[in-house]
Ligand binder design. Structure first.
Ligand code: SF4
Ligand code: SF4
Length: 436
């Protein structure tokens, strides 16, 4: 079988076997959930209820503010205690809606059923926005906006991303194993909005059972083609996926639709299906909790559940807890507290104990060029690092800093342990700040 691939990339230790057999398990909500108003790319949502109001599961509690924003829905039944400044998994404290949970009234979703075939593309886009759907692969970009590419950029290739290349994480894998048909039904809805020429469902070669399952289910959806990709990081990045399927490179600063492609995660396809078919807003998601825990798991979690509560559900940490990471080891963000809540873009929580942390001293660059050889974007990492260290952000921008997808591959291979990706994140943030 020919495996599709892309230039550059690396092969980090996967460790997916820790949680890959753990079936998706629904988690009962904690006593309190914290729903940050900022869970997506774009303007934060605006609160539309009053303190002490009663809320129900799936009730809209904050409105999207502008075109690139989405509403927020309660993940539990209970009482709204007000907006508080609360730790956010993407850093710092941010305003969050605090809800005291009423366990008696918190049940599963019971919504109005609809026939997706009776809806126009415009009606589907409206439902997707009203349901608060964002990209579930981590980027959390509002899906209704993404479903409206510019009219002069028709979509030839719709790519459904089931690559899940980030080590340790298995939430997309479990979704493909357990909700195969729902993914395809969601893709069918996206297909009807975008009207693409071709549809690809893309999975890495380390998940062949998911490939087989998807192929079997796709036999009744003749438009769906399953592509198998080399297991290589960062295969699941949009630009790399587009390149490995179409052979086309998304231009610097461009988006997949610039080359006629559109990428959506498998989890987003299911969220779209649930919203359109069952009127279910996005208020819960699958989260892998893995690493140095006794029972690595894939949980179906009410959004707003604190990380530390989920860690308890895995029967606890093995050894001494040293690090909590939001996401996987390559692109994840280390947390200062386990109080941070699951948000719409939380794909996993990785726990590291003292044995998992490899102390490494940073030393001077030895000009080995490993970081340049493996960069999937062909970036001159050493030059970017040099100019950002000198606060010369203009030069770093000229060298393509803004194209960096922050995949972490260069940091991973650097023998001098230079945190290159952190420099690049910092450089990009400084450029964004200056523009603002
Ligand atoms: S983090 Fe940026 S510079 Fe480093 S390998 Fe990834 S894309 Fe290239
Ligand atoms: S990998 Fe590290 S040591 Fe090698 S050239 Fe890049 S920054 Fe320098």
């Amino acid at each position: 079988m020919k495996l599709l691939s892309f230039k550059g990339g690396t092969h980090p230790l996967e460790r997916k076997e820790l949680s890959s057999d753990a079936h998706i398990k629904r988690v009962e909500p904690p006593e309190i959930v914290y729903l940050p108003l900022s869970q997506h790319t774009g303007a934060p949502s605006k609160v539309i209820i009053e303190k002490k109001d009663e809320v129900t599961v799936g009730m809209k509690i904050a409105e999207g503010d502008g075109k690139i924003s989405v509403p927020l829905h309660s993940s539990v039944a209970g009482v709204f205690m007000g907006v508080v400044d609360y730790p956010h998994p993407l850093g710092e404290k941010k305003p969050a809606m605090k809800i005291k949970v009423d366990h008696e009234k918190t049940g599963e979703w019971e919504g109005k059923e609809r026939d997706p075939e009776s809806l126009s593309p415009e009606e589907i886009i409206k439902i997707v926005r009203e349901s608060g759907i964002v990209g579930m692969g981590g980027a959390a970009f509002p899906t209704h906006f993404k479903l409206q590419p510019p009219p002069d950029k028709p979509i030839a290739d719709l790519i459904i991303n089931g690559a899940e290349c980030e080590p340790f994480l298995t939430s997309d894998y479990r979704l493909m194993m357990e909700r195969t048909e729902d993914i395809l039904k969601g893709v069918d809805i996206i297909r009807r909005v975008l009207n693409p020429e071709r549809i690809w469902i893309s999975i890495e070669s380390n998940k062949m059972d998911a490939v087989e399952k998807m192929k079997e289910a796709a036999s009744t959806y003749p438009w769906a083609k399953i592509t198998v990709h080399a297991t290589k990081y960062p295969q699941g990045s949009e630009k790399q996926l587009v390149q490995s399927i179409t052979g086309l490179e998304v231009p610097d600063g461009g988006l997949p639709f610039d080359v006629g492609a559109y990428v959506q995660n498998v989890g987003t396809a299911v969220a779209i299906y649930e919203a359109v078919r069952y009127s279910k807003p996005l208020y819960e998601r699958i989260v892998t909790v893995t690493g140095s825990v006794r029972e690595p798991s894939n949980f179906l979690v009410p959004i707003g559940t604190p990380f530390e509560y989920l860690i308890e559900q895995t029967s606890g940490v093995i050894g001494e807890l040293k690090k909590i990471i939001n996401g996987g080891p390559m692109m994840g963000i280390a947390q200062v507290t386990g109080e941070v809540p699951v948000i719409k873009g939380t794909t996993g929580i990785l726990i590291q104990n003292e044995e998992e942390i490899i102390p490494g001293q940073t030393s001077a660059c030895i000009r080995c060029a490993s970081c340049i050889d493996i960069c999937p974007l062909n970036l001159m990492s050493t030059e970017l690092y040099k100019f950002i260290s000198m606060d010369n952000f203009d030069r770093a921008e000229e060298l393509g800093l803004l194209s960096c997808i922050e995949c972490g591959t260069c940091s991973y291979v650097c023998p001098s342990n230079i945190p290159l990706t952190q420099y690049f994140k910092y450089g990009k943030a400084m450029i964004a700040k200056r523009r603002k």
